[in-house]
Design a binder for this molecule. Sequence first.
Ligand SMILES: Nc1ncnc2c1ncn2[C@@H]1O[C@H](COP(=O)(O)OP(=O)(O)OP(=O)(O)O)[C@@H](O)[C@H]1O
Length: 271
Amino acid sequence: MSEYALELIDIQCTFRSKDDHSQRYTAVADTTLRVSAGEFVSVVGPTGCGKSTLLNVGAGLLAPSAGSVKVFGQPLQGINTRAGYMFQTEALMPWRRAVDNVAVGLQYRGMPKAQALEQANQWLQRVGLGGFGDRYPHQLSGGMRKRTALAQVLALDPDIILMDEPFSALDIQTRQLMENEVLDLWAAKRKAVLFITHDLDEAIAMSDRVVVLSAGPATRPIGEFVIDLPRPRDVAEVRTQPRFVELHAQIWGVLRDEVLKGYAQQLQKAA
Ligand SMILES: Nc1ncnc2c1ncn2[C@@H]1O[C@H](COP(=O)(O)OP(=O)(O)OP(=O)(O)O)[C@@H](O)[C@H]1O
C-alpha cells in the first residue's frame, strides 16, 4: 500500500472566466501536494487563490484540467469514497434532527436504521453533544451545528478527512474548543487530514506540515514547512511557545506578499 493517503500530482485547473465566458482562467497550475497516511497537512493562501478548488479535486468533486489524483496509490476515478468532507458552509439538513443528520450517511451505506441511530448518538456524545440528538439544526448554536457536522463526517470513519475552513464562522473561543477537539479525535484515529484555512495561527497550531500557496492566477505551492511542535497540543497554549512564534515569522515571510497581491486583486475586481 502507498505511504500516501492522497496525492495531487501536477494539477492544473482552468475554468471559463466568470466575467467573460470567451476567456479562460487558470486557477491552479503545476501543483503537487501529498498527504501521508496519518498526517495533518494545512494549506494556507490568500483569498480566492484556489484552496477550495484543490480540495474539490482531492474529493473527486472536480476533475482537474491536467494532472492526476491518487488515493492510497490508486488513481482516483469519480468521487473519493475514502474521504469525508467538511465544508465551510453549513451542510446539515434542516428538516432532520441532529442524530438523523449524523445517521443518514451510515444508512446510505446500508446500515439498518436502529444501528445507524445508535452509532450516530455515540458520535454526538464524542463531539460533546450527548443529549442534543433530538434537536433540529435551527435549535442548535453555530458551534453545535459544527460539532454535528464533524460527527457526520467522522461517523463514516473515512481514511482521509478534507476540511475547508470548517470553523471560520465561529467566535474565537468556540473555534479554539473545536480545534482542540479535532486534534484529540485525530490523535485517537490518526487519519490523513487536508485542512484548508485562511488563518496561519490555526494552520500552525494544528498541523504536521503547512503548505503555502501563491496568489492566483495559476496558484501553486511556494513554501512548505514542517511544524515540529510537540504533541499533544492545546491550540491556545501552543501559540505562546517561542518555536511557534519563530515558525509563524518564517511562514508569514513567505505568505505576506501573496496576501497583499490577493487583496489588491480583490480590490481590482470590486472596482
Ligand atoms: N467553477 C468555477 N468557474 C469559474 N471560476 C472558478 C470556479 N471555481 C473557482 N473559480 C475561480 O478560481 C479561483 C479560486 O477559487 P477557490 O474558491 O478555489 O479559492 P479559495 O482560495 O478557496 O477562496 P477563499 O479563500 O475565498 O475561500 C477564484 O478566482 C474563483 O473565482
